[in-house]
Design a protein around this ligand. Structure first.
Ligand code: GTR
Length: 336
């Protein structure tokens, strides 16, 4: 993987702050077994609190030999840069969305395809089953150990100009997307201009009119204060791509087999707690946004799904990806 200049600077900083990274590095400055985790979201956001539960379980089940310090709010950099640092062990854990993993591992693209999941129950069935396991395992050759998936809800479009009701309403809008070719294709296929940008730059860009809008779930729209500037939120529900909790392979390789199993189990056991927080956060964020007077409109998703069919073929190119698509679609509407 080619490191960006920013990631290299970030890596040097992180390594300096954390004492070289990984178990050995942490042992020097943070104390033996004190591991680091990063998240772009602030303290209190369900992904951060899910990882905090993971850390609590890890400490309890290893009698304090392993512990976790979380750097929330993107304080050590954006997802793309911190992921690069994680791959070489400068950070021990990272909670990211699938989007920054799309350019690293093609199998992650499958679960980030628009409209592939029919609802949250379908998504949870898939990521909790063998397809989820395969996607997590596919990260290993890239220096990351996939531990578990967290919820991320439905993503919808929002903007400063007008309600989106049909793809025609998207034409000419400059919309921020995460740095993933899939997202760029998605927005282009709807006739809008895609502007890749890290999440922490979106509020300013909206306020300054550099972009007209973006797309995200209720909690991110609310917690990033984007709703204060983008006053139209249109419920397209085009994506249900999950969050992923990953560990640095170099740190993982330094653990005993027993500790590796404990790490994996603690991550799995944090999922129901995260989902409970997530469902409550979606409702809380929705209430805040509505109370602030944002114009929220329902959308018929059919013409959006129709406009995006071509991009499925363009982004699903290998037999392994096609196989996963088939298996995900075959689990639609199956009993839980
Ligand atoms: C959020 C997700 C973040 C980040 C963000 C984005 O929903 O939780 O990890 O990927 O979207 O759009 O950059």
């Amino acid at each position: 993987m080619r490191l960006s200049r920013r990631a290299m600077i970030g890596g040097t900083l992180a390594a300096g702050m954390l004492g070289g990274g990984g178990l050995g590095g942490c042992a020097r400055q943070l104390g033996p077994g004190l591991l680091t985790s990063v998240d772009t979201h602030p303290v209190g956001y369900p992904t951060v609190e899910g990882v905090r539960r993971f850390g609590d379980l890890l400490r309890a089940r290893t009698d304090g030999r392993l512990d976790l310090r979380i750097y929330a709010g993107g304080q050590l950099g954006n997802e793309r840069d911190t992921l690069e640092i994680t791959t070489f062990g400068g950070l021990d854990f990272n909670r990211v969305n699938l989007a920054p993993l799309n350019s690293i591992e093609p199998l992650t693209i499958v679960a980030a395809l628009p409209f592939i999941f029919s609802d949250t129950a379908h998504l949870r069935r898939v990521v909790d089953g063998d397809v989820g396991e395969e996607i997590l395992a596919s990260l290993s050759p890239h220096g990351l150990v996939g531990l578990c998936f967290y919820d991320s809800g439905s993503r919808h479009f929002y903007n400063t100009r007008r309600p989106i009701r049909t793809p025609a309403d998207m034409r000419g809008l400059k919309l921020r997307v995460p740095g993933s070719d899939l997202y760029i294709d998605m927005v282009r296929s709807l006739g809008a201009d895609a502007v890749p940008m890290p999440l922490d730059e979106v509020y300013q860009a909206l306020a300054q009119g550099v972009i007209d809008g973006a797309e995200n779930n209720w909690p991110s729209f609310e917690s990033g204060h984007h709703f204060e500037v983008a006053r139209y939120y249109s419920l397209t529900g085009h994506l249900l791509a999950p969050e992923v909790f990953v560990m640095a392979k170099p740190t993982w390789d330094g653990l005993s087999a027993a500790d590796q199993a404990t790490v994996r189990q603690c991550a799995r056991d944090s999922v129901p707690y995260m989902r409970q927080l997530w469902d409550a956060q979606v409702e809380a964020s929705r209430a805040i946004v509505l109370a602030a007077g944002v114009a929220v409109n329902e959308v018929d998703p059919a013409p959006f799904a129709e406009a995006m069919t071509g991009m499925w073929d363009a982004n699903i190119t290998t037999p392994a990806q096609r196989d996963l698509v088939e298996r995900i679609l075959s689990q639609r509407g199956a009993r839980q």
